[in-house]
Design a protein around this ligand. Sequence first.
Ligand SMILES: [Cu+2]
Length: 613
Amino acid sequence: MEPQHQKEQKIPESSRQKRSQTSPDTIPQGNAVETSPVFNLENFPALPTVFTKNDFEVLNKAAVSVEARVRHHKWEVKYEYKFPDCFKKLSISINGKTPGPTIVAQQGDTIIVEVKNSLMTENLAIHWHGIRQIRTPWADGTEGITQCPVVPGDTFVYKFVVDRPGTYLYHAHYGMQRQAGLQGMIKVLVPNGIVEPFSYDHDRNILLTDWYHKSTYEQAAGLSSLPFVWVEEPQSILIHGKGRFNCSAPSTDATLCNATHPQCTPFTMTVVPGNTYRLRIGSLTALAALSFEIEGHNMTVVEADGHYVEPFVVQNLFIYSGETYSVLIKADQDPTRNYWASTKVVSRNSATPNGLGIFNYYPNHPRRRPPTIPPVGPRWDEVAPRVAQSVAIKSHKDFIHTPPQTSDRVIVMLNTQNRVNGFMRWSVNNVSFNMPHTPYLIALKHNLLHTFEQTPPPDNYDHENYDIFNVAKNVNATTSNSIYRLKFNTTVDIILQNANTLNPNNSETHPWHLHGHDFWVLGYGNGKFNQSIDPKNYNLVNPIMKNTIPVHPYGWTALRFRADNPGVWAFHCHIESHFFMGMGVVFEEGIEKVGKLPTSIMGCGESKRFHRP
Ligand SMILES: [Cu+2]
């Protein structure tokens, strides 16, 4: 593939065309300091697979200037008491904010985040979710995989390029720290002069999360105890950090709940009648799959995980942890009132109340209660509409990245709940993942192969004899920290195969997230995947590319990716407790092509001897 940057030419600021026919909000600078306005094209990473000929043509036609900037952020991460749903809880903040500040950048920019760990007694690592980290695999922020944890008092500098426009996320990737609040969004805008395949007047973003009142430690201890203590359902759903717990509910400690605390005023999105809003929605729930809707308004889905979608209209959007979407919403209803924004837990029979916010038509008062009862949302136990929405997401016709038509390797991954020495675990092909002490990236680059198990995990399960519709005959699994080593530049298919849990008649939804890549979504199916029949029905024409995908109850999901990004990459269930209990794998590809590792990622396990402070 030819490098695209040689075709680009710079145009002076004054003659540059308006960035878009619409007027997306300008980039707020906040604490971002642009330190270098000059872009060195030589440093711009090559873009394997996902930058198509079509993209080159679009770029060339527009004679776009990719005058990338360096955006410098200084973050202090600490614990603070917060009342996001009126209930007092120690929460992790970034520069005082939970969720953290939204990173706004333009395609091609270099992001530098200087993270100071002021958590006092806790390590941290921050993952940039959806950013592929091409040529910077050490900046992926996955503790135990790409780096050692950042110890209290230390400052760690993440530096990476955002090479593609779209909506992305960031969050802690250390223990179960994410759900304590260390999370936020990344918005990458198109270069000047590029017109997106849809138009809007304003660009907004919201992060959906679920919220527990118990601490992460209490939960982690329970999950790894005998007898097992489940985390249960979350107390609240938060819309961009705002929710509302019923302080007068029985057994609520009144001294910890303050219904009039200013932090738990409802989330409000103010709109001007007649205008169209691009709403970027991300989910970083710890457990919940969600449905999101704006009462009385349709939403047109236009982006998923940084890729343009062939537009389709929904009343409610199903969104799984780790996913992002952009929807267009037109403020075209009766402007004399406000409307509900509502999020509901689906896929689990949850007692968590719907998360409510206000879709406020200017000039009505932003907190004026809508005159209607909030929408009840879809049934939690109806799988078909969720599968239908997954299937509906196809690549926009002008932005198709045609997938390789064949693959070199097929890995079928049976998702099961198991026991290991009596402890509750989740497994892939009967292997439950354990994290090593020396991060794989360092271990592989420095040939410390004795630091993790070398027998690779299996590429399949006993699909002839395993009954996915019932509790397994043998519920025991093994643990391992071994990894899948992929031949560089090969095409790999992954089939996620769901099954029954340890409870009869129960199969859960698992959102799987791949680091370092986007994958093509080839198809979904019910029941057991049939390797000789089902691949014939793969969508090899216009599949969407994503980085996070659900496997639905008792179903399978097929995806394909190119192992073309040198590094070591996690692929795991994005439910915090499931990954904690072993539901993940690790891929290595092209380790010999990885550049010299920065010593800042070292200092733990056997990498102690490489660390020079
Ligand atoms: Cu899961």
